[in-house]
Design a protein around this ligand. Structure first.
Ligand SMILES: [Zn+2]
Length: 221
């Protein structure tokens, strides 16, 4: 049976149309739209636009997308060394001989690795913990890739471990825990500076950020 989604009546009240999926589309197209709408950064409206584009540009958009998705899906791997997601194992970063093996940057999630990698500023390799310690969510040290991190550090060849964890309570608790576990190895342990965001105005900053920026002040070069 075909379900037809109707726009809720609140489209009249607010003046802003509530996005809904294709009202008259086939179940297949609606399923595609629904799947796309679940992607981060895409709501029903963007998903509908994307689907329309794909339907209109079958050869230049739909088929290349289909081939790329199938290719990635077939070769998708989690790097056994660092936890990155790639189509090879070890991942492109771990396998790249040009990376500086003396530096290891520890992050919570693959998204953090990719964000740092976009900056192209860290020449070393990475280690993805797969989350952060959380009493509330019941995430314990053994749930994170901490043992494999310690094994990498213990294997030697690493001079510096950079703890690039989120500036949240849980992120910092995790950083503290990881730092304590690494302390017995002969490596420098660093963490990202916290403070003023680029373009940030003092007046708009929360007290925690401002206090941290003040504590981390440095001489004017
Ligand atoms: Zn890797």
């Amino acid at each position: 049976m075909k379900t037809i989604r109707m726009a809720p009546s609140n489209t009249l009240a607010g003046g802003r149309a509530t996005p809904y999926l294709f009202a008259m589309a086939s179940p297949e197209i609606e399923a595609l739209t629904g799947a796309l709408a679940k992607l981060p950064g895409l709501g029903p409206r963007s998903a509908r636009r994307a689907v329309l584009h794909l339907l209109k540009k079958r050869e230049t958009a739909l088929e290349p997308l289909l081939a790329a998705l199938a290719d990635v899906s077939e070769h998708l791997e989690t790097c056994a060394t660092c936890g990155n997601v790639d189509t090879t194992n070890p991942c492109g970063i771990c396998a790249d001989p040009r990376r500086d093996a003396r530096g290891l940057c520890v992050v919570e999630e693959v998204a953090d690795l990719w964000a740092l990698e976009r900056s192209r500023l860290f020449p070393g390799r990475f280690h993805v913990l797969g989350g952060r310690l959380s009493a509330l969510e019941g995430v314990r040290p053994e749930d994170l890739a901490i043992d494999t991190l310690l094994a990498r550090v213990a294997a030697g060849g690493i001079d510096e471990v950079v703890l690039a964890l989120n500036a949240t309570l849980e992120g910092q608790t995790t950083a503290h825990y990881v730092a304590e576990r690494i302390e017995r190895y002969p490596v420098r342990i660093a963490q990202l500076a916290h403070g003023l965001p680029v373009g940030g105005e003092l007046d708009y900053l929360d007290e925690g950020t401002l206090a941290q920026a003040l504590r981390a002040r440095r001489p004017v070069a």
